[in-house]
Design a protein around this ligand. Structure first.
Ligand SMILES: [Zn+2]
Length: 302
């Protein structure tokens, strides 16, 4: 995990899950905490080698690959933890993530793994969208829901730390069906970020870029294509069950699904495209023979 300096105050620890860092005098602010103690230790070791302070932590959203290392930071460095109001509910009760993915049932043990559930962490400062002063840091929180319910991108000293509101182009192709809870909110958040001008931006998964608008455009195109794919799959099938459309999209996109937790993530993402098509009144949904079914609006079905 290499430490990359972005400007006078801002840094990036580039890894499969990025961690940001901002230094102001005797204070140092981390942006996200990696998936676990060992991931964040690689970051703090480098900061300590350079005598840089660790005093604050922003958690952009309550996915364990971004907050799994947070409770260690709080214990070891007594950092002030800052998080979006809604996400903080999950940070305090991390079992909520495997619970919502599991359709509300009490999650079985195999779902309670470090990829879906990190150690709980107490949040000290709850934030909503807008400019915020947390001495000595002057921050702008930009609400970017769609990937997580109240995810916040953070702009500070002319760098946009964009959380998972967009993915790097390589990561987008690697994920194939990126995790989202709402495609409309995802696309709306992408347009919102595209119109902001900072000297550079870095997503949670991907590289720092000055010309980040191009990558954001690629993300918008990618979601629009997937939305069309879901529509055409329904059109081709005439009528199709929820279970079947999840399977077909995963098959078409050639994603590897070999365990329940991965399946539930893809099921949620595919459902986000379905709910968008329902909201746009392009498809209809109904229950038939105890199955959740979809067809093109106005078509008869079988
Ligand atoms: Zn995420």
């Amino acid at each position: 995990m290499k430490m990359q300096q972005l400007n006078d105050t801002n840094y990036l620890f580039k890894s499969s899950v990025n961690v940001g860092y901002v230094h102001e005098g005797s204070q140092g602010l981390l942006i996200d905490a990696g998936i676990d103690k060992s991931a964040i230790r690689k970051v703090v070791r480098q900061l300590e080698d350079k005598d840089l302070p660790i005093t604050h932590l922003i958690i952009t959203h309550a996915h364990s690959d971004h907050y799994g290392g947070a409770s260690y930071l709080k214990q070891q460095y007594d950092v002030k933890v800052i998080a979006p109001r809604f996400e903080s509910a999950i940070l305090q009760y991390p079992i909520l993530e495997p619970t919502y993915l599991f359709g509300g049932n009490d999650p079985i043990d195999e779902l309670r793994n470090k990829f879906l559930e990190g150690p709980p962490v107490e949040v000290d400062i709850l934030v909503d969208e807008g400019p915020t002063n947390i001495d000595p840091f002057s921050l702008e929180f930009i609400e970017t829901p769609g990937h997580s319910y109240q995810q916040m991108a953070v702009a500070i000293n002319n760098t946009l730390y964009a959380a998972d509101s967009y993915f790097g182009q390589d990561e987008l192709l690697k994920h194939k069906i990126p995790y989202i809870t709402s495609v409309e909110k995802t696309i709306h958040s992408l347009y919102k970020l595209k119109n902001l001008t900072y000297s550079g931006a870095v997503p949670g998964h991907g590289k720092y870029e000055e010309n980040y608008q191009e990558t954001i455009n690629k993300n918008i195109e990618y979601h629009e294509n997937l939305l069309h794919n879901v529509y055409y799959t329904i059109e081709k099938a005439n009528m199709i069950s929820h279970e079947e459309i999840v399977a077909r999209l995963c098959q078409d996109m050639n994603v590897k699904v070999d365990q329940l937790s991965i399946f539930l993530l893809f099921r949620t993402a595919v459902t986000a495209y379905l709910t968008a098509l329902i909201n746009q009144e392009k498809i209809e949904h109904y229950i038939q023979h105890y199955r959740w079914m979809f067809k093109i609006k106005g078509e008869k079905g079988d």
